[in-house]
Design a binder for this molecule. Structure first.
Ligand code: HEC
Length: 126
């Protein structure tokens, strides 16, 4: 039997529409992953931001309130979307030491967020 090259299988293969479908699917898949990753990192982040603002931390740690205290802003800036990002794993829990006078419910919100943020960071490193 004589092997005949099947004309329809010659390059470009896979056919362009299929390739495009694959690329679009890949892009959707990747962006969904990015959104999911972002979401797991932000669990409780807004609630914790609210507590810190209510506790007056924004006076020094929020460029939307004041840009004067550069040392404080270098630690964290509540105006940034990912405000805890600048704090190392070791520094993040120190938020609690500065919230000693805050109501127990507020301390709990921040404590839970710190735990979630540290867990999300650990996950990202795997
Ligand atoms: C009057 C200004 C001011 C206010 C209000 C303020 N901070 Fe700060 N904060 C600073 C400055 C300046 C630094 C950097 C120097 C230092 O460590 O004290 C800092 C540092 C920190 C650090 C890093 C500490 C470390 O040892 O690494 C944390 C955490 C922190 N602040 C949390 C808070 C929290 C939570 C509040 C609100 C309850 C708050 N701060 C309110 C000025 C302020």
């Amino acid at each position: 039997m004589v092997y005949r090259r099947n004309q329809t299988l010659r390059p470009p293969f896979p056919p362009r529409p299929l390739r495009e479908t694959f690329l679009v699917a890949l892009m959707v898949f990747c962006s969904a992953g990015a959104v999911a990753g972002e979401r797991s990192a932000v669990q409780g982040r807004e609630e914790a931001r609210k507590v810190l603002k209510e506790q007056g931390c924004g006076k020094c740690h929020d460029t939307a309130v004041s840009t004067e205290n550069l040392q404080a802003l270098a630690v964290y800036d509540l105006h940034e979307v990912d405000w805890p990002a600048k704090m190392s794993d070791g520094r993040l829990p120190k938020l609690m030491t500065r919230l000693k006078g805050a109501p127990a419910a507020d301390r709990k919100v921040v404590k839970r967020f710190i735990e979630a943020e540290l867990a999300a960071r650990a996950d990202r490193q795997q």
